[in-house]
Design a binder for this molecule. Structure first.
Ligand code: ADP
Length: 340
């Protein structure tokens, strides 16, 4: 099946007073129907520009953006309207109509679509039940908490049964607990309604808790794309390494290593740990066969996409040859870094 969203060689530049800014540079990206896809990157990396290309608010300088079979920029006004109704959007600042009630906000796109009043009422009731705000139908946005506002925005974005929900920094203004609630709701939107969810964020926790796959943007370039597990368990670029480090604090940093060296004599070795429990057997054998001792001095094992993942740092002491043999055996079964 063709991907729901496909970007081919997409570049976007802006002409500013100071010269030309390349916001996106030769992006190739496929987002499949039914997935939760995250786009992560630091501020200015090009995330919002990418979203605006997908929803047709901006057009690529070169390359093609295809959404649900429609090539953006080549379609008729009618096709574009149909496409817009297939894409729901939510934002960091919610963008609710402050003068309308919750009901009025959610009913608004249905009214625009010309739905009879009776059907509007049924649909709004259904949507408010889905997001758990039935009892707030007649409240106004300023009477709601941040999390409730985002729920209203989600209900409104879902009103016309979109195929895609674009969430642009949708939890960045929320506290951690409310963030978790909103992410849980987005997961239900995906699982129960079959909506493809694209989240744009600078928060690694968001990616980790809901995304299936992730794309990492760095200064307008797509530097990594893959499953969340693959990208963050073996990050290949500085950006993804830094993002991974914000939640997976189990690899020793430079300061940790300095401190560990002061406290321990042996050779410091970090081993990446995943679902195949290989560390124990290799160390048991090393202790049994050689006069080798080890101390676990740093690390942790975490869960990423339902799999164990982490890094354990050992201080190995013993004869140099025995340490080498043990490191080789570890290397044969897991990624190993020897801290010289
Ligand atoms: P992000 O969402 O990752 O923070 P943006 O997509 O907003 O990044 O911006 C990417 C780059 O493009 C930045 O350097 C930004 O200044 C520039 N940019 C974005 N929109 C415009 C615009 N309308 N005019 C000029 N420069 C822009």
């Amino acid at each position: 099946m063709a991907p729901l969203i496909a970007l081919r060689e997409v570049s976007k530049s802006f002409t500013a007073r100071s010269g030309t800014v390349t916001a996106l540079d030769s992006i190739d990206l496929d987002i499949e129907a039914g997935e939760i896809f995250a786009i992560i990157g630091h501020s200015g990396a090009g995330k919002s520009t990418l979203v605006r290309l997908i929803n047709g608010l901006e057009h690529a300088t070169s390359g093609t953006v295809t959404v649900d079979g429609v090539v953006i920029g080549e379609q008729s006004e009618r096709e574009m309207r149909r496409l817009r109704s297939r894409i729901g959007m939510i934002f960091q600042q919610f963008h609710l109509f402050r003068s309308r009630t919750v009901y009025g906000n959610v009913a608004y796109p249905l009214k625009l679509a010309g739905l009879p009043r009776e059907r509007q009422r049924d649909r709004v009731a259904e949507l408010l039940a889905f997001v758990g705000l039935t009892d707030k139908a007649w409240a106004r946005p300023d009477q709601l908490s941040g999390g409730q506002k985002q729920r209203v925005a989600i209900a409104r974005a879902l009103a016309n049964d979109p195929a895609i929900l674009l969430a642009d920094e949708s939890t960045s203004a929320l506290d951690p607990e409310t963030t978790r609630d909103v992410l849980r709701l987005l997961r239900r939107v995906n699982a129960e309604l079959g909506v493809t969810v694209v989240v744009v964020t600078h928060e690694m926790d968001v990616v980790r808790s809901i995304a299936d796959r992730v794309a990492v943007l760095e200064a307008g370039r797509l530097v990594e794309v893959g499953t969340v597990f693959d990208v963050f368990s073996a990050p290949r670029t500085e950006t993804s390494r830094r993002f991974a480090a914000t939640v997976l604090r189990n690899r020793p940093g430079a300061d940790d290593l300095t401190r560990l060296r002061k406290r321990h004599d042996g050779t410091l070795v970090s081993v990446t740990v995943d679902d195949d429990d290989v560390l124990g057997p290799v160390l048991t054998e090393a202790v049994r066969e050689h006069d080798l001792r080890f101390e676990i001095v740093h690390g942790g094992i975490d869960t990423l996409q339902g799999r164990s993942f982490g890094s354990v740092t050992l201080a190995l002491t013993g004869a140099e040859r025995d340490i080498e043999t043990t490191v080789d055996r570890l290397r044969a079964v897991a990624p190993v870094e020897v801290h010289a």
